[in-house]
Write a new protein. Structure first.
Length: 260
């Protein structure tokens, strides 16, 4: 049911690496389905986009099953993505009455030959790049270890599961505060999606590029392909990816409407 060249998030959840929920039209012989990402970052439609019995029930299913569950976790918008482009028309047709909006996403990957190994980026010496390892969680001097903990649990069922499949780095300031995190968000096969966040007051200091370089180097040391998915409007994020050598693999459209 999955597009071979589709989203890594869908593959990771189907393979039971990352958490998520999968709804299908028939549990024994599924033709179409909906994947709710475990990090609550959207819903991916998979399988046959022309499955009329499935499509006819979608609005009712969203209103009666998805909406109450979404509101429990504070979601106010349904964000829909098609695992292949044929879903775009189905989504527009099925949800056109719901004040449907859209945005553009871009997916990048990086091959070893395109990585600019020779470029060394210097950042303010008050920052240091640290590998995310188990002992870091036992370091009582880190003031905001809860930030790292919450970032990992956004897309992983547990810290232990992350260490079993993922890799990552963080940047710590001279005040022993974690100010930037770059880690595996979703993992499918040897492909790792990059999940990165820098605290707002520390942005604009090339920390994102520095920490991503460390992440990418470890990827290639382990035979991992780094995967970058971001909104087309997120120019700073795209600039970081391009400066490191990432190439645009494909683009896709996301759709959204508010829950009732």
């Amino acid at each position: 049911m999955l597009d071979e060249h589709g989203h890594i998030e869908a593959k990771a959840i189907v393979e039971e690496i990352n958490p998520g929920r999968i709804f299908v039209d028939n549990t024994d012989f599924p033709n179409s389905g909906l994947i709710w990402l475990g990090n609550n970052d959207g819903f991916i439609f998979i399988g046959d986009e022309s499955n009329e019995p499935f499509n006819k029930e979608l609005n009712s299913f969203i209103d009666t099953v998805i909406t109450p569950e979404a509101k429990k976790v504070g979601l106010t918008w349904f964000e829909a993505i098609g695992n292949h482009r044929k879903w775009d028309e189905t989504i527009k047709k099925g949800f056109g009455h719901r004040n449907l909006g859209s945005w553009n996403q871009k997916v990048y990957t990086l091959q070893a030959d395109d990585f600019k190994h020779h470029v060394e980026l210097t950042i303010d010496p008050k920052y240091r790049v640290v590998n995310i390892h188990k002992s870091l969680f036992e370091d009582k001097t880190i003031k905001n270890i809860s930030f790292l903990h919450s970032k990992i649990l956004e897309s992983w069922s547990s810290i232990e599961c992350f260490f079993s499949y993922g890799i990552g780095y963080c940047i710590i300031s001279n005040h022993n505060e974690i100010v930037s995190v770059c880690k595996s968000g979703f993992v499918a096969g040897n492909v790792h999606s990059i999940d990165i966040q820098t605290l707002e007051e520390h942005r604009g200091r090339k920390l994102a590029q520095k920490i991503t370089r460390a992440f990418v180097k470890k990827c290639f040391d382990r035979g991992i392909i780094p995967y970058w998915d971001c909104m087309e409007s997120n120019k700073p994020s795209i600039a970081v990816a391009v400066n490191i050598g990432f190439k645009n693999l494909y683009s896709y459209k996301g759709y959204e409407f508010p829950f009732k």
